[in-house]
Write a protein that binds this ligand. Sequence first.
Ligand code: ARG
Length: 256
Amino acid sequence: MRKLLPLLAIGLLLGSLAMAAKFRTFAEIKQSGKVVIGTEGEFPPFNYFDEKNNLVGFDIDIGNALAQTLGLQPEWKAQPFDTLLIALNQGRFDFVIASHTITPERSKAVDFTKPYYCTGNLIVAKPGGPKTLADLKGKVVGVQVGTTYYDFIVQNNPGVKDIKTFPTNPAALEALLSGRVDAWITDQFTALEVLKKRGVKLQLSDLLNKEEIGIAVAKGNQGLLSALNNALDTILQNGTYERISLKWFGKDIRCK
Ligand code: ARG
């Protein structure tokens, strides 16, 4: 026991150190001249790879504009959505822009900027399919894993038959198109993008909720957080944000 206690103490210490977020301060980032940005790359039109395998989208343009405003060279890294915030706290990126909804749960793990856009979820189905939350009773619902779409249907479950999770949002769409799920819960703009790009007939419900979308920094990276908030204010005011938003959506999607 006498030998075990110090070991236990060391174990606890290591445990708490491992939990503390690892990050580069804003001064260190400035010093290096580049900022490392994490995203997913499977969430059109916000972050995705185009036909030429370039990472593009609204999130990417906003991330680049913020980097430029801060006088930094952006370096992008893409990886699965549900690994992004963990990797952020391990120091793999300086910030993450991947259309994360600001939630109390996530705010315990990371720090979010003020929202860079506002949106809402809806139900996508084949024509004649479920149109309201109540219609989902007895139906199979598909959502991307680790998203607020999943949380939403769990918390507002009208008695669905099953909730199927998919590694990416487009995978949930494919499941809907092939009839493996009856409905897909997703962001309104991602649904509109499918109608525009895929030319498929799908029915969209009214918005189910309101979500504020933020950029995440490692927990406690206060310097970088305020730099990003200031840069966001700058591009919201100098026309850069509006230009990017019009390019992707034909309208300004900032929070009103
Ligand atoms: N806004 C939703 C959330 O925070 C979905 C985000 C999905 N983003 C992505 N890159 N797939 O859960």
